[in-house]
Design a protein around this ligand. Sequence first.
Ligand code: ME8
Length: 483
Amino acid sequence: MKNKNKYYVTTPIYYPSGKPHLGSAYTTIAADILARFNKLMGKEVFFLTGTDEHTKKVTDEADKAGKEIKEYLDHITKTFKNSWKELNIKYDRFIRTSDKDHKKLVTEVLKKVNEKGDIYKGFYEGHYCSDCEAYYTERETPNLICPTHEKPLKNLKEETYFFKLSKYQNQLLDHYNKNPGFISPEHRKKEIINRVKEELKDLSISRTELDWGIKLPFDNKHTCYVWFDALTNYLTGVGMLEDKKLFNKFWPANTHIIGKDILWFHSVIWPAMLLSAEISLPEKVFAHGWLTLKDKKIGKSAGNAANLDELIKKYGVDSIRYFLFKTTPFGDDGEYSEQTLIDRHNELANKLGNLISRVTSLAEKNGIKKTSNTLTKKLKIKDIEKLIQNLEFDKALNFIFAFIDTCNEYVQEKKPWETKDQKVLYELIDSIKAVSIVLWPFIPSTSEKIANQLNFKISHENINKPIETKKIKKGEILFKRIE
Ligand code: ME8
């Protein structure tokens, strides 16, 4: 039976061929928002992220750096962990595909799929992008240039093992049909379904030219295709091999969050692998849009324009988190600009920061008196919760900030600096409490500062439970305006 009290969310596992950047941070923060939100709703949460290490790019980068692969990987995974810590990401496991349990599980899955008769030996000839680690047909890319990386594709000719992806065409279509929420957003779902209906080719899942990776258990001259290896991380990460109890509690995953560039792998190849291995399918695959710079996907090459460490230093984590999810609907592409980031930061200062500093300084001076709070009724909690659950983060933030505007207008209208009305000040303090709790998934460290200052606990039941604090102290300035 379906366990509604648990929530398992994943990010893609990133190629550790360079430091994390604003694009990888985008997905990881989104997963963190969902993990925190579901925790707040009282669910038991498991949040998985990590690195996808068996890619040729890793060996190239290690060579360039003059390091052994392991030394290079240990160093770069540390930079990922550091960045996630800086960004206040609270994952439960950081999986590396070089982890022992993962290699063992990939071997098990390969054996199972092979025993099922879904793997056969053949010969592959076609085009490959080693940055996407993906095969392309001439129909998809008539100019033989990778549509994502804009680099020439490599011509591959080799003996390979194929996975019988074509066999699962009808089962996949049936699954999409019966589970309309499986692929999101809607317009991307249509594209995938049309492609699957048109044709599903068997997938080459091994390479003889590459040594770096996991060997096929039935032919050790072949190295497992990096995507077959990587997708399996979602099972290893939640203990399929080493912790059955954990696995039984959390699998199937509730939400795989990914970028639109890797939707095919997650909505077609991954479920087909699971069908073949007779493992239940995840509930939802959500493909978000790209952060772009001059209309190009931000990546390592974006350089300093979107350097994560610099941005964190300059604007603070919560301004970045807020900016990323307030500016663009999560499913769409969004053009990055530092000016927009500054505008968002100032919005936090002018709206939230201003409300808190005015109200707490008046409450410190005049005191507060408990009363029933009519103001918080205007905070549309149920709508906000539904929007977050649907990954409509920008809309949820619009609702929350509309309420902050209402609170600021209430201050103007009631003029507590003249009336010294302790009941009005109580209503405002109690509303700040409610708003800080719903903002916690988005800007956790700010919410926690407010909770410390006003002495309440961040919990779902406290959204509507009247605040008991009697003495209010004005705190530090939360966001300094940038001119
Ligand atoms: O694809 N905007 O790893 P990867 C938004 N290892 N999101 C972006 C982005 C941008 N400009 N740039 C990157 C891989 N991303 C595989 C995944 S999963 C089993 C294996 C995010 O390092 C986005 O989520 O290329 C994208 O899907 C992911 O980083 C790709 O990271």
